[in-house]
Write a protein that binds this ligand. Structure first.
Ligand SMILES: Cc1ncc(COP(=O)(O)O)c(C=O)c1O
Length: 380
C-alpha cells in the first residue's frame, strides 16, 4: 500500500495548491529531485567538478542502471536523450533509406513522433497514416493493413497524447519483428506511470522525455534500443562522447572513432548532469513506491474518474470510457452548457488540467487521492 499522505507532504508541494490533474502536460518534479539538482549545481558553483570525467562516466551510469531497472532492460541498451523526438530521430536518421521506402504512423499521433519521418521526404520516404475513423484508437490489424513490401518502419505512441488510448504495442512489435520492420515507440505518456517492459516488448527504440510522468523536467529523457539498433543504425548525431574512450585525454588527437558496443554511442556530449541526478532521485522514488503499485493506483484513480464522469453524463471518448488502460482521460464537450458547467467545476475545485483538440484532458498520477477525484467530480 502506498503511503500517499506522506508522499504528498514530503515530495509534492503542488498538492497544496489545488488538484493537479495535468501530468500529460507537465509532471511536477518531487522535492528530492529538486534537492538533487540543486545540490549538484551548488557543488559546481562552489567547488567546480574535479571529478567531472568520473561523474560523467560512472556517475551517469548509476542513473542509467536505475533507468534500465525501470524498463527491465540491460543498461548497455539504455541511452539518454534530449527529447522524445531526439530518440525517434536516432532511428529515422540512422537507417539507410531507399527511394520509395514507407513508414507507417497513426494520424492522431503527436508531431514529435511524426515530424522525424515526414522530414525524410527528400530521401524518398513516404509516410502512410493509419486512419482513426472516429475510433480514438487503432489496432494491430490497422497496422497490418498498412504494410507493404516497402514498409521499413512503424512508429506509434504507447499512450496517445490527446485521447489516452493505449496502443497494442506488444502485438504490433510482433508483426514488425516477423517482417524485419523497424518499430519505434514514443512512451512519453506512459513511462513512469505504466509498466514498460522493454525486454518483453522488443521494440527497436522506446523513448520518453523526462518532463511528464517521469517527473524530471526538460532536456533529458530515457531511451532504450534493441540489439539490432546497435548493430545496424548509423550514428548520425556524433560528438566527442560517442566513442569508446572519450576521456582518454592523452589520445584525444588520435581521433579514434570506434564506437562502444553499448548505446552510449548515441550520446554525443555531456549529459545535463544536474538533471541526470534529479532523474536518479525521481527513479529512486518510483522504486520505493513500486512501479507495479504506481500503475495499479494510476489506473484505479483514472477508473474512478471515468466512472464518476459517466455517471454525471459526460462523454469520455474512446476505449478509455470502458475501463482506463492509461492515465489520460479525454472528455468531449457537446454543448455550451456542458462547456460552462465543466469550466465552472474545474475552477471551483481548483483543478489544473488541459484542453487538447477542444476536449478536456485529465491526467492523474499516483499521488493524487480518491478525495481529490471525488471533489472534482462533485464540482462538475
Ligand atoms: C505523445 C507525445 N510525444 C512527444 C511529446 C513531446 O515531445 P518531445 O519530448 O520531443 O518534446 C509529447 C508532448 O506533449 C507527447 O504528448
Amino acid at each position: 500500500v502506498i503511503d500517499v499522505d506522506t508522499i504528498r507532504r514530503e515530495e509534492f508541494p503542488i498538492t497544496r495548491r489545488g488538484v493537479y490533474l495535468d501530468h500529460a502536460t507537465l509532471g511536477p518534479p518531487p522535492t528530492r529531485h529538486v534537492s538533487a539538482v540543486t545540490a549538484f549545481l551548488q557543488r559546481m558553483s562552489a567547488e567546480g567538478l574535479d571529478d567531472l570525467f568520473a561523474i560523467s562516466d560512472e556517475g551517469v551510469d548509476d542513473v542509467r542502471a536505475k533507468a534500465a531497472a525501470l524498463l527491465n532492460a540491460d543498461p548497455s541498451h539504455v541511452f539518454f536523450v534530449r527529447s522524445t523526438s531526439h530518440g525517434v530521430a536516432v532511428v529515422a536518421e540512422g537507417l539507410s533509406w531507399r527511394d520509395g521506402d514507407e513508414v507507417v504512423l497513426y494520424e492522431l499521433d503527436h508531431p514529435a513522433g511524426v515530424f522525424p519521418w515526414l522530414n525524410l521526404a527528400d530521401r524518398g520516404v513516404k509516410v502512410r497514416f493509419i486512419k482513426d475513423r472516429g475510433r480514438f484508437g487503432f489496432d494491430a490489424d490497422d497496422v497490418r493493413e498498412m504494410l507493404s513490401p516497402r514498409t521499413r518502419a512503424v512508429c506509434v505512441s504507447l499512450v496517445n497524447f490527446a485521447h489516452g488510448t493505449r496502443a497494442d504495442v506488444e502485438e504490433i512489435a510482433e508483426i514488425c519483428r516477423s517482417r524485419g520492420i523497424w518499430f519505434v515507440v514514443d512512451a512519453v505518456q506512459a513511462m513512469g506511470a505504466l509498466t514498460v517492459d522493454t525486454s518483453r516488448l522488443g521494440a527497436d527504440v522506446v523513448v520518453a522525455h523526462g518532463y511528464k510522468f517521469l517527473l524530471s523536467g526538460f532536456g533529458l529523457g530515457i531511451a532504450c534500443c534493441s540489439d539490432r539498433a546497435l548493430a545496424e543504425l548509423k550514428v548520425r548525431q556524433i560528438g566527442w562522447n560517442s566513442v569508446e574512450n572519450p576521456f582518454d585525454v592523452d589520445r584525444i588527437l588520435a581521433f579514434d572513432m570506434r564506437f562502444p558496443s553499448s548505446a552510449k554511442r548515441f550520446e554525443p556530449s555531456f549529459q545535463p548532469l544536474p538533471q541526470v541526478f534529479g532523474l536518479g532521485a525521481t527513479l529512486d522514488l518510483f522504486h520505493e513506491v513500486g512501479t507495479g503499485a504506481i500503475e495499479k493506483r494510476v489506473l484505479s484513480l483514472a477508473g474512478r474518474l471515468v466512472a464518476g464522469l459517466r455517471e454525471k453524463g459526460y462523454e469520455v471518448v474512446g476505449p478509455q470510457a470502458s475501463g482506463p488502460r492509461s492515465p489520460i482521460i479525454s472528455i468531449a464537450l457537446r454543448s455550451d452548457d456542458e462547456r460552462e458547467r465543466m469550466q465552472r467545476g474545474l475552477g471551483e475545485s481548483k483543478t489544473t488540467c488541459a484542453v487538447r483538440e477542444s476536449r478536456v484532458r485529465l491526467s492523474p498520477y499516483f499521488y493524487n487521492t480518491e478525495e481529490e477525484i471525488d471533489r472534482v467530480l462533485s464540482c462538475l
